[in-house]
Design a protein around this ligand. Structure first.
Ligand SMILES: O=C([S-])c1cc(C(=O)S)c[n+]([C@@H]2O[C@H](COP(=O)(O)O)[C@@H](O)[C@H]2O)c1
Ligand code: NI
Length: 480
């Protein structure tokens, strides 16, 4: 199956259900999804996939409806009067859909809907608990908050239990791996927020069902669409506060900030009041993102729109696109690499040389010094380090520890790389490693400097002659 490149445009934030809906809209197989979810052997819920509108735009909607609670998890986001009002509109719209959950709703379908619900709970809607991935902190509060669920018991699942559920399902190994990665990221963020070891993060019954379904469904759909690269835009977030399990939390909520910090997700805070990024949404991005940067030009092959449950001034839509890179360099494979730079005017050549050695030893792709002329007429060096994203922290540690720099610029840049292979070529003077690169059907042969140097020393031949001689042996021996 063809590999797909996904672009997630998070200008209305991101949540678990928005992601699943967008991926379904892109064409993920609903039967594969439903069979996969069934194989988890988790009951107490049902899933409704429907078409809805957000600001008159038609979107796919993915709803997890908990048994005994014909409210979908959309209700779990109604945290202030504005949102209640807007979401009642959603109910009105949903009357158009026979299969929509609302038809099975036990309450009246009027604008007091939320309030009926609250009366049953016997507490003010502002104190209604809406957290999904609930860390079980206060049992009494939880029982009170979830007493409409009629689940009869309060099971608490930690990360290990959830991994077991995922492991014993029939979803593909790749989908299992994605789902477990997402769950781990949520659990780590919650553990950090609450100052607990990760094993002590308990997902409450309700939270576990919702989170398991959203997270596993995301993993199944990504795997089903054979998505191998994921580009994610900046994550737009609102401002203000939100009430959940823990009481009132600032937006972005602590779990989202923890994930953004641990995975360096680019946040863009807007003046919109409300929560646009949920911890599950942030964890999905952290787990699957392979780049922040779109190709210079691309074709949009397919579009998927996933609707969120909240409605603000901006439509709550996650737009997903399957794209094909059409940049001029697109015949050559591209990837991204990070450039770390510092202008240094007060460090000895010895220290700079030592830093370069350490950087290369610990994984820099390249290190270079460029003579520059800085402010106050100071001759100095621009120090540049090329490295992969996962090496940034180690590289910066060396720069701060072993040079005098007090600031490092970092940029992610695109790179075109020719395919390359190393071969050993035999010559009358000994063996030599030759790098073979291909471009546009031509092969280019580059003997390795260190080998040429050793052969020159051993044979007393000059460098240029030895280089050309090895190239000519390589041409004969490596003809394809
Ligand atoms: O239940 C817990 S522990 C919880 C923690 C946090 C923290 O940031 S800590 C936030 N929330 C809120 O719960 C809902 C649901 O999020 P999902 O990712 O499960 O969809 C959301 O509003 C969070 O801000 C809950
Ligand atoms: Ni929490």
């Amino acid at each position: 199956m063809k590999k797909s490149k996904l672009y997630l445009e998070c200008y209305s934030g991101i949540s678990g259900d928005m992601t699943v809906a967008a991926l379904l809209d892109l064409g993920a197989d609903q039967k594969v999804l439903m069979d996969g979810l069934k194989s988890l052997n988790v009951d107490g819920y049902r899933v409704v996939i429907s078409r809805k509108t957000r600001n008159s735009i038609e979107v796919c909607d993915f709803d997890v409806i908990l048994e005994g609670n014909e409210h979908s998890h959309s209700h779990e986001h109604h945290l202030d009067n504005n949102e209640n009002h807007v979401n009642n509109h959603e109910h009105t719209l949903s009357h158009h859909h026979n299969h929509d959950h609302i038809h099975e709703h036990p309450h009246d379908h009027n604008h007091d809907h939320e309030y009926n619900h609250e009366h049953e709970h016997d507490h003010d809607h502002h104190t209604h608990d809406h957290a999904h991935a609930d860390l079980h902190v206060d049992h009494a509060t939880l029982r009170h908050n979830h007493n409409t669920l009629h689940l009869g018991h309060h099971e608490h699942r930690n990360l290990h239990d959830i991994n077991e559920i995922i492991e014993h399902s029939s979803i593909t190994p790749h989908a299992k791996e994605i789902a477990k990665r997402i769950f781990r990221i949520v659990a780590e963020a919650e553990a950090k927020a609450h100052g607990k070891p990760i094993e002590e993060v308990h997902f409450h019954e309700v939270g576990a069902i919702d989170s398991i379904v959203d997270i596993v469904a995301t993993a199944i759909c990504l795997d089903n669409l054979n998505i191998t690269e994921v580009i994610v835009s900046e994550l737009y977030e609102g401002t203000g506060q939100i009430r959940c399990q823990h009481g009132i939390l600032p937006i972005p909520v602590p779990a989202v900030v923890n994930i953004s910090s641990a995975y360096q997700l680019p946040l863009h805070i807007t003046s919109m009041k409300g929560e646009l990024i949920t911890p599950t949404g942030a964890a999905i991005v952290a787990a699957i993102r392979t780049s922040n940067t779109l190709p210079q030009s691309f074709k949009v092959m397919k579009i998927g729109l996933g609707g969120g449950k909240r409605e603000y001034e901006v439509p709550s839509i996650l737009r997903a696109m399957l794209i094909e890179d059409t940049s001029t360099m697109s015949t050559v494979p591209t990837d991204t690499v990070w450039v770390l730079e510092a202008n240094i005017d007060d460090c000895s050549g010895e220290a700079l040389s030592f830093a370069m050695e350490l950087l290369l030893e610990r994984g820099a792709k390249d290190v270079y010094y460029t003579p520059i002329y800085m402010k106050k007429n100071r001759p100095a060096y621009l120090m540049g380090v090329l490295c992969a994203e996962d090496k940034i922290a180690a590289m910066e540690d060396i720069l701060f520890t072993h040079t005098t720099t007090i600031g490092i610029r970092r940029t992610e840049v695109m790179r075109s790389t020719l395919s390359r292979e190393s071969h050993t070529v035999s010559t009358p003077y000994g063996q030599c490693t030759v790098k073979v690169c291909s471009y546009n059907g031509h092969q280019y042969l580059y003997p390795e400097f260190e080998d040429i140097k050793s052969l020159c020393i051993a044979s007393d031949m000059d460098y240029q002659s030895m280089y050309r001689m090895v190239q000519s042996y390589a041409e004969q021996q490596l003809e394809d």
